[in-house]
Design a protein around this ligand. Structure first.
Ligand code: AMP
Length: 425
């Protein structure tokens, strides 16, 4: 047992896993570009207030899961690691006066998030999200654009069974009356409410709707539904979002119980699941509209919408479905030599080839040629470049480790030969 291990709920992403991650990140990056979103990076920690206000003080994320940093005296600020991306992006929007930029401001970021959650499969304390935000557009068209972008991401990443669940959670005009109705409903059922849920009833009654407690399913099945109590403006907005999705030919399922855990959401809310996996609280990603958030963080009233897609769960799903993902590519060639001690020579030949952009390893071990060749084959290299007596005439032996054939090649011809072979020629 090693003395030190990665903290519980975190993990090392080892070299063999990285190509799949890079593939997923590349899909995100290229789609962001195609859809006109610009990259932003925000600090991994912010003032606690940004999350308490921006995410909501009475949410699991802030109440239980925030990684608060030791208090520091500087400016009397206390900080926390970011549990999600939106609050920091919106803080940056306000701080940098982005309301004077052409609207909407379309931003994306990809990076680690931190939540002090109980670790389990697909739930980590450090995990990665691709975050996309369109700030300054009240929709409904941009809502559909974002929902569709998420689906396209999953498709291009290699998951073909992802569907989107859609709901509207109203706005400050219609939600309070609905919440009163909902609280009255739960009070009527107080005797069967699990104790933890009773506590939430006063603090954040909407959360009871997406409770993970199995005892809540039967109660929630008969609870009043927000979609039936939307004000006219929210109802129209919701209808128009659906019309835009229909116009794009994007399938979606309306899920009246979908409320999302964060306080700042208004109107459109959505979550992505693999088909048939909705019950497991294992959303692949989710998002929604947050028309009050910019104001909450000190800006002027500005609508916004975004999503956060969890990349860890995409990677897990790709593994589970056996989807084809890129793997590590071995060097195209390893430079080996008949003289075990001639490491400088092997290094020089490899260095010249690397200067041409070729992935070439030099065998720097002082060992016999046979051992060097074995190691090159084990590594999966296509060629061994063997330095021997021919070197004085500017030639080397090139052994094709797959075809087990060997020929003499002028050292000057190596870059062209290897780049052709690297490209599958
Ligand atoms: P949320 O902001 O909670 O809606 O999260 C958006 C997405 O991030 C989820 O759908 C998950 O895919 C992912 N996610 C959230 N929390 C975790 C976690 N603790 N571990 C891994 N992925 C997570």
């Amino acid at each position: 047992m090693p003395t030190y291990r990665a903290p519980r709920g975190t993990r090392d992403l080892l070299p063999a896993e990285r190509p799949a991650w890079r593939h997923v990140a590349d899909v995100a990056r290229s789609l962001a570009h195609v859809y006109g979103y610009r990259e932003i990076e925000t600090p991994l920690f912010e003032q606690v207030d940004v999350f308490e206000r921006g995410v909501g003080a009475v949410t699991d994320i802030v109440e239980k899961e925030l990684f608060r940093l030791q208090p520091r005296t500087e400016d009397g600020e206390t900080w926390a690691l970011r549990p999600e991306g939106t609050a920091g992006v919106v803080r940056a929007y306000v701080q940098h006066g982005m309301q004077t930029w052409p609207q909407p401001v379309k931003l994306w970021l990809l990076g680690p998030m931190f939540r002090y959650d109980r670790p389990q499969a697909g739930r980590y304390r450090e995990f990665w999200q691709w975050d996309v935000e369109a700030i300054g557009d009240a929709g409904p068209a941009v809502d559909a654009e974002i929902v569709e972008l998420g689906l396209r991401f999953y498709d291009q990443a290699g998951l073909d069974d992802v569907e989107v669940l859609l709901n509207s959670i109203g706005d400050p005009a219609c939600r309070p009356a609905y919440i009163e109705r909902l609280v009255a409903f739960y009070r009527d059922h107080a005797d069967v409410l699990p104790p933890a849920e009773r506590h939430r009833l006063d603090a954040n009654p909407l959360r009871l709707l997406d409770s993970k407690d199995p005892g809540m399913a039967a109660i929630n099945a008969t609870a009043p539904r927000l979609v039936d109590h939307l004000c006219e403006a929210c109802a129209t907005h919701f209808t128009e979002v659906q019309e835009h999705l229909d116009a794009l030919g994007v399938p979606y399922r309306i899920e009246p119980g979908l409320v999302r855990g964060l306080d700042y959401y208004t109107r459109t809310a959505f979550e992505y699941y693999r088909r048939g996996r909705e019950g497991q609280q294992q959303a692949l990603g989710g998002g929604g509209r947050y028309d009050g958030l910019v104001e909450l963080l000190g800006g002027k009233h500005t609508p916004g919408i975004g999503f956060a897609l969890g990349l860890d769960r995409v990677i897990l799903a790709l593994e589970e479905t056996g989807a084809e993902v890129p793997t590590e590519s071995p060097p195209i060639a390893v430079v080996v030599g008949a003289d075990p001690g001639a490491t400088a020579e092997r290094l020089r030949v490899a260095t010249d080839l690397r200067a041409e952009g070729l992935n070439v390893r030099a065998d720097l071990g002082v060992r016999k040629l046979g051992r060097q060749l074995e190691s090159a084959a084990r590594e999966g290299a296509r060629f061994a470049i063997i330095l021997g007596d021919e070197l004085s005439e500017g030639n080397v032996q090139v052994r094709d480790l797959e075809a087990a054939s060997q020929k003499v090649v002028a050292i000057d011809d190596l870059p062209a030969l290897l780049s052709r072979k690297s490209q599958g020629g």
